[in-house]
Write a protein that binds this ligand. Sequence first.
Ligand SMILES: [Zn+2]
Length: 495
Amino acid sequence: MTPSNIIVIIIALILFLLAFILIKTLLFARKSASNTISFKYGVPRFAQDPQVLAEHLSSVIKIQTISHEDPQEDIKENFETMQALLAKTYPLTHKNLTKELVDGHTMIFTWEGKDASLNPVVFMAHQDVVPADENTLDQWNYPPFSGKIADGFIWGRGTMDIKCQMISVFESVEALLAAKFTPDRTIILTFSHNEEVLGTGATAVVKHLQQKGVRVEAVIDEGGSVYDGIIPGVKGYVATIGISEKGYLSLKFTVQGTGGHSSTPPKETAIGILTRAITRLENNRFPTDVRMVKPMFQGLGSAASPMMQVAFANLWLFGGIITKILSRKGETDATIRTTTAPTLFHSGVKDNVLPSVAEAVVNFRILPGQSIADVCEFIRFVIKDKRVTFEPMDQKAWEASPLSPVDGDAYRHIASVIGEIWPGVAVAPYIMLGGTDSRNFCEISDCVYRFTPMVVTEEDLNRVHGVNERIGIDEFHQMADTIYRVMVRWSQKDL
Ligand SMILES: [Zn+2]
């Protein structure tokens, strides 16, 4: 073969490769094309006055419904006061829906639909909030439980997480009842009182529904939002809907030592053995699975940079590079692997006494596709030391949630409403890194979506559980309007 022939063959191969990459990219982009359903509402538009809406949110922010790891510390009167206030603010809802309490203060409302043979839909949020850190009180523009309405915002703990969504659900039902609307299918509202700590409220709700033999058509709970400039390689607003969440596993590792005096130590001590095991875990991270973020970039379509589109359409070629880019930052690394985080370490009582035991807790967040059993097997393989035993901490273990579909009507209706409220915004599914109450519902529903309809900037991310939590008055109105529209769409027979 002459050198010129070789060059021709190489050029032909390169052209073939480029054509293949291009075709894959075009197919990828086409798949991301709009995933919406047109809909005739047949009910009045959501017409609540934004100022009145703001006052309703403000009134519940003022009540400190803080949940605690030890439920005994909860101030029960606060939950009762807030529920009484809700009854006063939303009289039609309380008159027409049945209210039940489970696990103490977790609320379930049932709005009977016309057709009892249809599976119900569920709208969720939680009543509880985290406390405001005492050391940061002077950094708040307005006190965290003032519910102050100022500068175009409602301020305080719970305005973003997540009394905003709870109030949006109540406003939607109240407005629909005022318009004499009756849903085709039953609508269930549920608001737990301990999402931020134990989450037993939501578990109790699911048990309660299971006992009644209820199968749920679709669920919407807090989750993704409309993000502004947060996702790497994507410009402008992007709405993300959580279709799954990572699993959670806190394992307590224990090594039994011999004890005794530190003047005659053995070659290996309990502390030494345990430290080495933890170091091995840190040095041998779980394998990555970049496929988990592919649906998100598929949904983003042309909102993602052309480079990102080409890369995600051709993971067979660029998977390695994408993995490298994503694993650079903690936030993005956590989207492609099960994470390992040592969080507690205890051993020893005195400087000259060998401890008879060393203990550590490591928190793992499990990527969908892996199970708790897989994680434990990996740990045993990495540590390779039978002297190190481990067991899950009480109530601190659950599997990753299954992936809810993105091609079904329930998802498409949410995407459609997002398009109505924020025209032209790309909508994409994603896997949530944090946990929500809704994971419990995967036992009784295939369609569990996590979406909080508000615009969130990078700066806003720090406000959640942080200082100066707030929501814009107009943004809050958009949020309630979104929930209202999803409720009308989901309540119809054809879902
Ligand atoms: Zn929350």
